[in-house]
Design a protein around this ligand. Structure first.
Ligand code: ATP
Ligand code: MG
Length: 140
């Protein structure tokens, strides 16, 4: 198994409810290491670019509104199989379908306001990490 990096976002529904620490705690307890982290307010243009793959989906406008509705914490996680591990700890997109003990099962408000983001492949992780961080900001 290879050491990987992935992009994680604590979404606005979670920062609003002061759940940043609780979410990071679960990721760290799963063996993932935070190697970069910052709290930012996304602009509409940044949200549209980040979620560009979903541009044609009916929820795109609402998703961009939600992702700009408050601060997010963007972070790079490192560890064995970090991409899959992060998504396992997050649980399914729809919290009603997420497994017990996952971040989304325990914290998400809805399929949209689902508390956390995780890259879905190593290729997309590299693109998403570069979107938010420079190489200088990644401190392993
Ligand atoms: P993410 O990319 O945020 O890690 P994901 O990979 O589980 O989540 P995607 O299919 O990539 O899910 O959708 C991106 C995000 O769009 C979801 O996390 C959620 O916030 C929102 N979303 C997805 N499907 C719906 C839907 N049917 N209705 C409303 N919002 C949705
Ligand atoms: Mg996704």
């Amino acid at each position: 198994m290879a050491t990987e990096r992935t992009l994680s976002i604590v979404k606005p529904d979670a920062t609003r409810r002061n759940l940043t620490g609780a979410i990071v705690d679960r990721l760290e307890k799963a063996g993932l290491r935070v190697v970069a982290q910052k709290r930012i307010q996304l602009t509409r243009a940044q949200a549209e670019q980040f979620y560009g793959v979903h541009k044609a989906r009916p929820f795109f406008d609402s998703l961009c509104k939600f992702m700009t509705s408050g601060p997010v914490v963007v972070q790079v996680l490192e560890g064995e199989n970090a991409v899959a591990k992060n998504r396992e700890v997050m649980g399914a997109t729809d919290p009603s379908k997420a497994a017990p003990g996952t971040i989304r099962k325990d914290f998400a408000e809805s399929i949209e306001a689902n508390s956390a983001h995780g890259s879905d492949s190593a290729e997309n992780a590299a693109v998403e990490i570069a979107f938010f961080f420079s190489g200088l900001e990644l401190v392993g």
